[in-house]
Structure formats: C-alpha cells, structure tokens
Design a protein around this ligand. Structure first.
Ligand SMILES: Cc1cc2nc3c(=O)[nH]c(=O)nc-3n(C[C@H](O)[C@H](O)[C@H](O)COP(=O)(O)OP(=O)(O)OC[C@H]3O[C@@H](n4cnc5c(N)ncnc54)[C@H](O)[C@@H]3O)c2cc1C
Length: 326
C-alpha cells in the first residue's frame, strides 16, 4: 500500500504538541520507524502527524539532583546501548537496547517510540479485521500462532515487542507523561494493559499524551542485571523468548529479584513465581532450575507455540546461572 495523505505538524513546544494531539486521528511522530509502516500497511489511520523529533528537551541521558537517572523519550536506542552509565548501572537496559532490530533502527528509533510501538502479530499487521482493530475475532487463536503468547492472552494473543520495556519494569522505572492536564508519572510495571482489560490499547496512555522521559531509581549497591533474547535468526528479529534480570545480592544470596519476560505475554511479563523461587536463596543450579520451572508453570501454549515452554525454561535457567557467576 502507499502512504495515505495526512497533515504534518512541527509544534513549537511540548505544550503545543499536546494541543495538536487533541484533534481526532492525530498521532505522534518520533523516529517514524514503526509509525510509518503502520500507516502504509493500514494498521490504523492518521489525519495529522505531530512531529516531536525536534523537541530537544526530550533528548538525552542525565542524573537528577536526587540521584535518579533521567532518559528523555527522544533518546535514540543506539545511545541507550552505548551509554557508559547504562552499561555500568542498568545493564539490562543497555543490553536490551543493543538487541533492538538493526543499527539503522537503533539510530533512528527512540526510546519513547520503542515503548509505544504497535504489536507485531501478523494478523493485526495484515489485512485481517481482528479484535485489536475493532473486529470480532482473534485470528491467531486457531491460526498460525507460533510466535504468539503463552501467558496473559485471554482474548488476543500478541506478544509485547519492545526489548527495552522489560528492563524498565525490572528496574522499577517510572514513565513520565505530558497531557492536557499536565504531567503524570506511571510506574513501568503499570504502563501496559492486558487484552482482557482493553483489547484495542497496549498502554495506559490517552491519545493526547506524550511520553516525555523515563526515570530510573538510583543504582543499587550489589545489584546485577542482564537481558537475554532468543530469536529465530541471527539477523534483526523480535524476541521468541527473552528475560530481563535485576537481582540484588547479599554475598551469594539473592536479596531482591526482578525477573521480567519478553516474547511471553502481551505485556512485559513479571514472573513473580520465578522471583519468589530465588529470593533469599543461594543462586545455585537447583534454585535456578526451580525458578525456570516456576516461570512457565502457568503457561497456556496455543497449537503451535508449545516449543516456547522449554525455550523459556532453558533460557531463564541459563541466564540465572550466568548472572550468579558474573
Ligand atoms: C524491521 C524492524 C525490526 C525491529 N526489531 C525490533 C526488535 O528486535 N526489538 C524491539 O524492541 N523493537 C524492534 N523494532 C521496533 C523499533 O524499535 C521501533 O520501531 C522503534 O523503537 C520506534 O521508535 P520511533 O522513534 O521510530 O517511533 P515512531 O515510529 O515514531 O512511533 C512508534 C509509535 O509510538 C508512538 N510514539 C512515539 N513516540 C512517542 C512518545 N514519546 N509518547 C507517546 N507515543 C509515542 C507513535 O505515535 C507510534 O504509534 C523493529 C522495527 C522494525 C521496523
């Protein structure tokens, strides 16, 4: 398909941008790497694109006076991956960013766009009027569902596509948002919506809201983090299975744990079962295997994605063991 016609706006300020988003069928344009494909493929329509790419205040990584780290929504994904601060203090985020797509996508794509990108289900992206597009059926349920979710599906079986969001959930980040009523802050763990709650939305954002920045809590002494992703091929691809870890150790014992799965559910999926299995324990082979088992205990595979259960089990066990020796 060709790109449909739209009005293109370069607002003077963030307030001006929020104002332009009041009109129906207006969409935010950041790096455009997901948005333009969605418009071309008719996933949704937009009559007005509101460009935010030139709003420099939304770009960059710095520390706040209270010791938190602030990452502007327009920060390119490549910068997140290369940032020494991230690599040292928030490695799951730096590694997650390094796993996104290709170098071109990481240079052009922004963190805000990565968090708000649309799901990759081929029925949703294709010419099917599925539930998420206002239809009355999830075509994946009894269709080609090898890349779909194991957990949290209920009425729609997408997997959440972002490789940076699981790390933000693992680090208890806060997402700052601007709208007509001013700013609000949403914990990353509450930013995404399950299909059972609202099948046509992926996030809690209203159409006129803009993600402005992400705030990470001050780095924690004794913490270790990682992101591991398995994909179907070595070239760019979305996660078949992935895990973001943020663990705080006291000696060899795990004092606090965050285990967040990608490629498993319609949202970055916090596995409280795996977290419980390792908290207060020495992270040895037995504990890691028990945690990996616990993470998939509630999995409900569809016809073609049962392979993901042992894949997640192996991936989580291996990554926990690796981080225990890091
Ligand atoms: C071939 C290909 C491979 C990819 N592989 C991966 C991958 O392996 N892992 C991965 O994580 N991602 C992957 N992606 C997705 C890619 O990372 C995203 O397209 C990119 O991060 C989006 O950023 P952007 O700035 O270009 O957003 P845009 O395309 O401009 O916007 C994306 C969506 O977010 C909304 N939006 C943008 N910024 C904001 C904001 N600040 N506040 C609120 N809403 C906003 C837009 O309205 C739009 O709906 C891939 C994409 C492609 C095309």
């Amino acid at each position: 398909m060709t790109l449909p016609n739209f009005t293109y706006i370069r607002p003077k300020s963030l307030t001006d941008a929020v104002g332009h988003l009041q009109s129906p069928k207006a969409r935010i344009h950041a790096g455009g790497t997901d948005l333009l494909g969605c418009l071309r493929d008719g996933v949704f329509i937009a009559e007005k694109l509101v460009c935010i790419g030139h709003l420099d205040k939304l770009n960059g990584i710095d520390r706040t006076p209270d010791g938190r780290v602030r990452i502007g929504a327009l920060t390119p994904i490549a910068e997140l991956a290369a940032s020494g601060l991230n690599q040292q203090s928030y490695p799951a985020l730096a590694w997650g960013a390094a796993e996104v797509g290709s170098p071109q996508l990481r240079n052009q794509g922004t963190l805000g766009g990565n968090l708000c990108q649309k799901p990759r289900c081929w029925y949703y992206r294709g010419e099917f009027l599925c539930l998420r597009k206002g239809g009355n059926k999830c075509y994946a349920y009894d269709g080609e569902n090898q890349y779909h979710c194991l957990l949290g599906g209920s009425v729609c079986f997408i997997t959440h596509p972002s490789d940076t969001a699981p790390a933000l959930v693992a680090y208890d980040a806060v997402i700052r948002v601007a709208g007509v009523k001013g700013f609000r802050e949403v914990p990353a763990g509450k930013f995404y919506i399950l299909p059972g709650e609202n099948v046509e939305k992926e996030t809690v954002l209203t159409p006129d809201e803009i993600v402005t920045e992400i705030l990470l809590p001050p780095p924690v002494q004794g913490s270790r983090g990682s992101y591991r992703k398995v994909r179907a091929r070595r070239s760019w691809d979305f996660a078949l299975a992935g895990v973001a870890l943020a663990l705080k150790f006291q000696g060899e014992v795990v004092e606090q744990a965050r285990v967040v799965l990608s490629g498993a559910a319609p949202i970055p999926w916090r596995s409280r079962e795996a977290e419980e299995a390792i908290t207060g324990k020495r992270l040895d082979g037995e504990t890691a295997a028990r945690a990996a088992q616990a993470a998939v205990k509630e999995a409900r595979p569809l016809k073609n994605n049962g392979y993901k259960v042992p894949l997640f089990r192996g991936l989580i066990e291996e990554e926990l063991l690796r981080i225990s020796k890091a």
